[in-house]
Design a binder for this molecule. Structure first.
Ligand SMILES: O=c1[nH]cc([C@@H]2O[C@H](COP(=O)(O)OP(=O)(O)OP(=O)(O)O)[C@@H](O)[C@H]2O)c(=O)[nH]1
Length: 646
């Protein structure tokens, strides 16, 4: 028998606490909840500056912790949980967010900033409701909320502070104190939920369970039907079209588009608001559930059921517009840092200060300082306390992984391509839109002919680097064990081919590309000794295609005119016998063409071709005798589709 009947609704379900915090475990165990503990591997590195309010940071971190476990469990633990709970506790004082101290000095800095003052403790909580799917994708709904508690600290003397720090208690606790133990002695008063300070707002959590299990029937992921309160209490849901595919390991970037489609919420949370997100198997579609206190939208339905959006301006909208207005500045800051080799310098010598970095990259100190600060704000660099007045700088994990020129997944060359080729093309976007033509010609005409080869090589470097990042997702998208020979049509440097043979030991791949490309791709193959990848020079629109039982088309079709596209598909179809496969990899647009932004923005600079949805590609291929067997939204740079020749 448990005090809160809602807890009992979870009996028989696989509930997972995505946390290593012993306090959260204890709070939930004491409440009678039965669950497994699977600590999250999500690193708490979200860029705080990107959040409008501190609680949003805590909530987002909680979401990412929970999602990481929800995604990992079916793969690593071979079971899909019914519910995953994630939480993140932070302390805010004087506009700063304090998490767990990294060392004693950090604990001292935190505790002295709290001394004699009132501060806020926020715990963000995420509840992920998972739905098992036939394929290996995960459908889930996300409920998130936060709780705020105010705590006032007494004046703390130096002795007291150090005695407390030396007790060891502060180290694994947000803000550097544990209110439930020795830290309780530092506290003058607490306004709000005590357990929230300890790490988990139990009361609010139970109220949310009540909403989930007693008051709401959630959206059916298959039909995207509306949410209705069983007791007809009005619900307002804002459906956000997050059509941009979100990399499974990254923090979500919400698409700007909002579609309002629901009713009002009767449930009132005490101090916070609740959100319900739904991300389908394409990680698309987000739904927010507001309580009536925070409702800023009024929604009506017209006679034909269409939604009339009477949205009043709200603060969030300005944030979105500012983000878009500044987007080009952020891109250029990344390109510039990359061009100066900043991420390579900081990889070799982490912790350098601005002056030392300026010397290394041969730039002005003032300019370097400004660039470094911008990079920190964008989450590309982080500062390091060197004990000197000037901070040191180091790469974030993302920069280490993708921005160094020598890392395995380096996007350095692709970023240079963005800077040197795409940036000037986008400067002509107005003309491109007005005239409906690509502006590549205009930009290229100013280029010396002798530079063409250098440009071609740079382009190959760019394609190679982005192909390497996408390669694993493409190569692992489907079971290709029944194919023995493949032809990567327009396979350039062989980045995809080498990944394919790595994943599929019985496969050998012939890469077909133009003679000049094959010639220039030699330096990219030096590190590879495997003879299962061969290169054949030829024009895929004219020359004979190598015989294979699997044809691979990665980022080819979107760039071709309709005429060329049909020529190529007809040629591949003619080369195929029944049962042969076609592996197509592109960015697949949503069926309503509302995203993902990566695909739609790329279309703005495309010379001849067209971006398409999976269904559109499927129809095209069907016209050439290929039946689509499987489609995979990989959440990497490219999606994939496997078809069979009928
Ligand atoms: O008074 C107290 N305040 C805070 C705590 C504990 O502090 C940590 C907060 O850190 P976080 O939210 O990042 O959670 P982790 O411990 O790292 O575990 P996760 O696996 O969930 O990331 C939390 O443990 C609080 O309980 C305290 O004990 N007293």
């Amino acid at each position: 028998m448990v005090l809160n009947p809602v807890i009992s609704k979870l009996s028989g379900k696989l509930v997972v606490l995505a946390s290593s915090s012993p306090r959260r475990l204890e709070i939930l165990r004491n409440a009678g909840l039965r669950f497994e503990v699977v600590p999250s591997w999500f690193k708490e590195t979200l860029k705080k500056g990107l959040f409008k309010a501190p609680h949003e940071y805590a909530v987002e971190t909680a979401k990412q912790k929970a999602l990481e476990v929800a995604r990992r469990m079916p793969i690593k633990h071979l079971k899909t949980p019914d519910m995953v709970i994630g939480a993140d506790t932070i302390v805010t004082v004087d506009g700063m967010i304090l998490e767990k101290p990294v060392d004693k000095q950090d604990a001292y800095r935190m505790l002295s900033s709290l001394s004699g003052k009132e501060h806020s403790v926020f715990t963000g909580v995420a509840i992920v409701l998972c739905h098992e799917k036939d394929d290996d994708e995960l459908d889930y709904q996300m409920i998130d909320f936060y709780e705020e508690t105010k705590v006032k600290f007494a004046d703390l003397s130096q002795d007291m502070l150090w005695e407390y720090i030396n007790s060891g208690e502060p180290m694994d606790k947000a803000g550097g104190y544990g209110i439930q133990a020795l830290g309780g002695m530092l506290v003058e008063y607490v306004h709000g939920d005590f357990l929230n300070v300890v790490g988990f707002p139990l009361n609010h959590f139970c109220k949310q369970l009540d909403v989930i299990y007693n008051h709401c029937s959630f959206v059916n992921p298959e039909t995207t039907e509306s949410v209705y309160d069983r007791h007809s209490s009005p619900i307002l849901i804002e459906q956000k079209d997050t059509s941009t595919s979100i990399p499974r390991h990254s923090s979500p970037s919400a698409s700007p588009l909002h579609k309002v489609c629901q009713r009002r919420c009767a449930y009132k949370c005490c101090s916070s608001f609740a959100k319900v997100n739904r991300l389908s198997k394409q990680d698309a579609g987000e739904i927010k559930l507001h309580n009536s206190e925070t409702t800023m939208l009024s929604v009506m339905r017209s006679g034909d059921g269409a939604v009339i959006d009477q949205t009043e301006p709200k603060k969030g909208d300005l944030g979105l517009i500012c983000e878009l207005m500044d987007g080009f500045k952020a891109s250029k800051a990344l390109f510039t840092a990359s061009k100066f080799g900043l991420f390579d310098v900081l990889h070799k010598k982490p912790g350098l200060d601005a002056e030392q970095i300026a010397q290394e990259i041969k730039a002005s100190v003032k300019g370097t300082e400004t660039l470094l600060e911008a990079c920190v704000s964008l989450g590309l660099l982080k500062t390091r306390d060197t004990g000197c007045p000037k901070p040191g700088f180091e790469n974030t994990d993302e920069a280490s992984c993708f921005l160094r020129s020598d890392s395995h997944f380096s996007l350095h060359a692709y970023i240079q391509h963005c800077n040197d080729t795409l940036w000037p093309v986008f400067a002509h976007l107005e003309s491109a839109v007005r005239e409906g033509t690509s502006q590549h010609g205009k930009v290229k005409s100013s280029t010396e002919i002798c530079q063409v080869i250098i440009l071609q090589l740079r382009f190959m470097h760019a394609m190679h680097s982005s192909a390497k990042v996408a390669a694993t997702a493409v190569a692992t998208a489907f079971d290709l064990s029944s194919y023995k020979t493949a032809c990567d049509v327009g396979g350039c440097t062989g980045a995809i081919a080498y990944e394919l043979i790595k994943i599929h030991p019985d496969l050998s791949v012939a890469v077909l590309d133009l003679p000049a490309v094959v010639e220039m791709s030699a330096p990219f193959q030096r590190q590879h000794t495997d003879k299962r990848v061969t290169f054949k020079a030829g024009d895929f629109l004219k020359d004979e295609l190598p015989k294979a039982d699997l044809y691979v088309l990665v980022r080819i079709l979107h760039d071709l005119t309709d005429e060329k596209l049909h020529i190529l598909l007809r040629r591949i179809s003619d080369a195929c016998t029944p049962g042969c496969g076609l592996l197509l990899s592109e960015i697949f647009l949503d069926e309503n063409r509302s995203g993902p932004s990566r695909g739609l923005l790329q279309a703005l600079s495309m010379s001849e071709g067209k971006q398409r949805s999976a269904a559109e590609y499927s129809r095209l291929l069907k016209g050439h005798g290929f039946i689509t067997a499987q489609v995979k939204h990989t959440n990497s740079l490219l999606d994939a589709m496997l078809c069979t020749k009928a």
